[in-house]
Design a protein around this ligand. Structure first.
Ligand SMILES: O=P(O)(O)OC[C@H]1O[C@H](OP(=O)(O)OP(=O)(O)O)[C@H](O)[C@@H]1O
Ligand SMILES: O=c1cc[nH]c(=O)[nH]1
Ligand SMILES: [Mg+2]
Length: 212
């Protein structure tokens, strides 16, 4: 993926159908989780589509032929909690990926991110770091997370967001032109409470079945 501040917006009928399930306020937790898992697989597929490969020789039952292994260390970094909803789909594709956790919640009044936890694997500088969070609203959380990852040595970061607000996209793409953004939807705006409109509400609460 070339460095660019233009987001990759995934357009796919399955994504459109699943986004609708996720947006619908009456969707039950179980259906919400299933739709999130499916859409996360598609986001992961696109986020990984240009991984470098290493050629190897393999013997089929018939003959020797050329095969491929992925030639890239990968670290997945979910922003807790909601980012956890996207992790398993990526691990399905790259089962040896390491996972670093970044605990952050948005203060309900100020809308500023509050950090509460971090645990990163070593050698972030050698890895493709996939930062994942389903919601990019003001961009405050993603901004802090990318800043933290860069200060921890990460040089190759991609950000996967399910639904993005124009405000957050502008903030992250302007401040971090070298961080590609992969998203499934760019929504209309933020409301007075800095929630994405139309959005899907609070992603963490809906995925985990809690209430703010
Ligand atoms: O772009 P921003 O304005 O920073 O908002 C986006 C953040 O808000 C949500 O997390 P939340 O604070 O609800 O925490 P949670 O995942 O624990 O529910 C979401 O998952 C992002 O991390
Ligand atoms: O719309 C929003 C904004 C922030 N966090 C969410 O989960 N949803
Ligand atoms: Mg939340």
């Amino acid at each position: 993926m070339t460095n660019s501040n233009k987001p990759t917006i995934i357009q796919h009928p399955i994504v459109a159908r699943d986004l609708t399930i996720l947006r619908e306020s009456t969707t039950k937790t179980a259906d919400f989780r299933v739709a999130m898992a499916r859409i996360a697989t598609i986001l992961a597929y696109y986020a990984l589509k240009d991984l470098p490969l290493r050629e190897i020789e393999v013997d089929t039952p018939i003959t020797r032929t050329t095969g491929y292994q992925i030639d890239q260390k990968i670290v997945i970094v979910p922003i807790l909690r909601a980012g956890l909803s996207l992790v398993d789909a990526i691990i399905d594709f790259v089962p040896d990926a390491k996972v670093g956790h970044l605990g952050m919640y948005r203060d309900e009044t100020t809308h500023q991110p509050v950090d509460y936890y971090s645990n990163m694997p070593e050698d972030l500088d050698k890895a493709l770091v996939l930062l994942v969070d389903p919601m990019l609203a003001t961009g405050g959380s993603a901004d802090d997370a990318i800043d933290f990852l860069q200060n921890s040595g990460a040089e190759n970061i991609r950000f996967i967001s399910l639904i993005s607000a124009p405000e957050g996209l502008e903030r992250i793409s302007n401040k971090y032109p070298d961080v590609p953004i992969i998203t499934a939807a760019v929504d209309e705006k933020l409301n007075d409470n800095a929630f994405i409109v139309p959005g899907l509400g609070d992603a963490g609460d809906r995925y985990f079945g809690t209430h703010s």
